[in-house]
Design a protein around this ligand. Structure first.
Ligand code: HEC
Length: 139
């Protein structure tokens, strides 16, 4: 009986620890991006072209649409299961980021946003996605 009690106490301490850890992770996820300054001026080496935009669209549909939505409004089917906003790529605020800054975000991820440096290892594929998400700006 005593050992059952100890086990229960140990288990609830575990649950407590697990829940306080996930709160810390959430707080971090909701914070700023901390994009290193040098990315502001990093140029996109992939010229905007029909091919690059089409390429970016294909990759976006496969890897990004489930959260960010068809038009980048942050309303993909997975977005509802995530406790932070998936942003809105049509806004001036988002579109005012430089290509280099967006490249950093896609490459490194943050919180619930996956890091794509290993999932999409070709740098130029990640640059082409940026050429595609520039077409999502509100008109
Ligand atoms: C599992 C869901 C998910 C997937 C898949 C995903 N993202 Fe995200 N993305 C997020 C979330 C959530 C955020 C907001 C993260 C935060 O601020 O903590 C985000 C943020 C971003 C941002 C920054 C937006 C801003 O306002 O600064 C960019 C850019 C971005 N994602 C691009 C992409 C691209 C490109 C892909 C595909 C290669 C992708 N994401 C795939 C969930 C996802």
């Amino acid at each position: 009986m005593k050992s059952v009690k100890i086990m229960l106490i140990t288990m609830s301490a575990g649950v407590f620890l697990a829940s306080s850890t996930s709160t810390a992770v959430q707080a971090q996820a909701a914070g700023a991006w901390n994009i290193p300054a040098k990315f502001k001026t990093t140029k996109n080496p992939v010229a905007v072209s029909k091919e690059s935009v089409a390429d970016g669209k294909d990759i976006y549909s496969k890897h990004c649409k489930s959260c960010h939505g068809v038009k980048g409004l942050g309303d993909g089917p997975k977005a509802g299961t995530i406790d932070v906003s998936c942003s809105d790529f049509s806004t001036k605020k988002f579109q005012s980021l430089t290509d280099g800054e967006i490249f950093f975000q896609i490459t490194e991820g943050k919180g619930k946003m996956p890091a794509f440096k290993k999932l999409i290892p070709e740098d130029n594929s990640r640059w082409s996605i940026i050429n595609y998400i520039r077409t999502m700006a509100a008109k």
